[in-house]
Design a protein around this ligand. Structure first.
Ligand code: NAD
Length: 503
């Protein structure tokens, strides 16, 4: 069985741990590789390498660091097909969706290529007579990234391009469910000219993560994953004096107003609910349909669209499917439990994806698109993140009720409204309590040069990921106020005991 190695100090290193985790192909249910779950001392060794490399890398000029990113971008583009196949093999998402994920990661690399401009700080001449001020945006030191299974390429690339370009060194702990791509990215960074030891990958689980959260040499932790783990990461890293951003789960609602373009909205909702088998933190999982007529019309359209959807393995040479399997047998079972619970609690199960059978892939973790109507806020399928291809329709009498439901939900990652009315849309973007808002856009994922992050229990920590917040997260500001001797007047040659004010 192929074993996925760690990547430390420019070398692929087999772990000596006796603990392993299997890596499956979710389309076939076969184990294809195994990953060793690193010991605490192996993680400490990786941190030490990153710590030793920091002083040199942080002094490399931003322009030279940017040139490594330019080279990395070119290599990434050349490897898109190979990497997309690897993502599909270990994650299950369809090939073109894997290309989409790689493209969104690539865009952060492109953003990081602009680091000489982004990191240049501010300057004011003559803040006082003969006095100038400028700020330095200095790197932090060793930074750690802990990433989820659902975007094995994009989420690591939300983090390390900016961390490295700003002069930090990095230790990445990818998801143990699909860790191969992280190692491939490390090898590509080396090819791009990144010095050994600046970027390292350690595979593992909680044992490895706990070292990253507590080791005093680690200065900052970026985490993306489920909310209970995000809370733990943020609390532990903060208690150990680290800067931390921890992005968690979601339950993204959209409001469907009676005046919406229904064809456009129903197409958008179908793609956003069932794309990547609903395993996106920005997947749409709840539609708040305003009025029974709107709900009935939507259901008719959704039925037609879902009937046309094809579900199957992510790579087939003749025709691509719309949706692949979910990540594991356990996750499939959990989604099925949610569906059963929805029925028990009285929701109307209009389309049931549990009975799906794909000839030749009977052992794959497939579950078809599932549609519930008459879902109410007291139900578990409304309150919790399912992270599968399950869409809930909640019927509401008016816009105000819909807005209140979104604002009262524990999660506030993304949200959307479908309407033709500009005033409603504008009011919605003002009043809604969520971090990313779509107006007639179902998955409003900000581009790399903006920042990504939710509200409420979808994020812990003040700074969002990538964009300007990303640059702020990976740098520490220092403000220098200077006066040169020729301008020092005689009276300043004696001590002053008064708070300095500019003259
Ligand atoms: P997860 O929380 O199970 O795992 C994420 C990472 O944390 C993995 O690297 C895992 O090894 C590690 N981990 C798991 N349990 C741990 C523990 N007890 N202690 C320390 N580390 C632990 O998440 P997942 O199942 O891989 O990913 C899906 C979740 O991620 C969903 O909830 C989804 O909404 C969320 N997500 C959020 C965003 C966002 O931007 N907000 C983006 C992608 C995914």
């Amino acid at each position: 069985m192929e074993q996925i190695k760690n990547y430390v100090n420019g070398q692929l290193i087999p772990s000596h741990s006796s603990r392993f985790s299997p890596v499956f192909n979710p389309a076939t249910g076969e184990q294809i590789r195994q990953v060793t779950l690193s010991t605490a001392s192996e993680v400490e060794q990786a941190i030490e390498i990153a710590h030793q490399t920091y002083s040199e890398w942080s002094k490399v000029s931003p322009l030279k660091r940017a040139r490594v990113m330019f080279q990395f971008k070119t290599l990434l583009e050349a490897n898109m097909d190979k990497f997309a196949r690897l993502i599909t093999e270990e994650h299950g998402k369809i090939y073109s969706d894997a290309i989409g994920e790689l493209t969104r990661g690539l865009e952060v690399v492109e953003f990081a290529c602009g680091i000489p401009h982004l990191q240049k700080g501010e300057h004011s001449a003559n803040t006082g007579t003969g006095v100038d001020s400028h700020s330095l945006m200095q790197p932090l030191g060793v930074c750690a990234g802990i990433t989820p299974f659902n975007f094995p390429a994009m989420v690591p690339m939300w983090m390390f391009p900016i961390a490295l370009a700003t002069g930090n060194t990095f230790v990445l702990k990818p998801s143990e469910k699909n860790p191969s791509l992280a190692v491939e990215l490390a090898l590509l960074l080396q090819q791009a000219g990144l010095p050994n030891g600046v970027f390292n990958v350690v595979n593992g689980d909680k044992e490895a993560v706990d070292v990253l959260l507590t080791d005093p040499r680690v200065q900052a932790v970026s985490f993306v994953g489920s909310t209970p783990v995000a809370e733990y990461i943020y609390t532990t890293a903060s208690a150990h004096g680290k800067r931390c951003q921890a992005l968690g789960g979601a339950k993204n609602h959209c409001i469907l107003m009676p005046d919406a373009d229904l064809d456009m909205a129903s197409n958008a909702i179908t793609g956003a609910a069932f794309g990547a088998a609903g395993e996106r933190c920005m997947a749409l999982s709840v539609v708040l349909a305003v009025g029974d007529e709107t709900a009935d019309a939507l259901i008719e359209k959704l039925r037609q669209q879902i009937n046309k959807m094809s579900v199957g393995p992510g790579i087939v040479e003749d025709k691509e499917h719309d949706m692949g399997p979910v990540i594991s047998a356990q996750h499939r079972a959990k989604i099925c439990d949610y569906i059963a619970n929805g029925e028990q609690q009285g929701a109307s199960l209009l389309i049931d994806g549990r009975q799906l059978n794909i000839p030749g892939y009977e052992n794959g973790y497939f579950i078809g698109p599932t549609l519930f109507d008459n879902v109410t806020p007291d139900m578990k399928i409304y309150q919790e993140e399912i992270f599968g291809p399950v869409l809930a329709i909640v019927r509401v009498p008016d816009y105000a009720t819909a807005l209140t439901l979104i604002n009262e939900h524990q999660y506030g990652n993304g949200t959307a409204i479908f309407t033709r009315d500009g005033e409603t849309a504008r009011q919605f973007s003002e009043d809604v309590q969520a971090g990313m808002v779509g107006i007639n856009i179902p998955i409003p994922v900000p581009m790399a040069f903006h920042s990504f992050g939710g509200w409420k229990r979808s994020i812990f920590g003040p700074l969002n990921i990538h964009g300007n917040d990303g640059v702020r997260f990976y740098t520490r500001m220092k403000t220098v106020t200077s006066r040169w001797p020729a301008s020092i007047r005689l009276e300043h040659h004696s001590s002053s005991f008064v708070m300095p004010t500019m003259e």
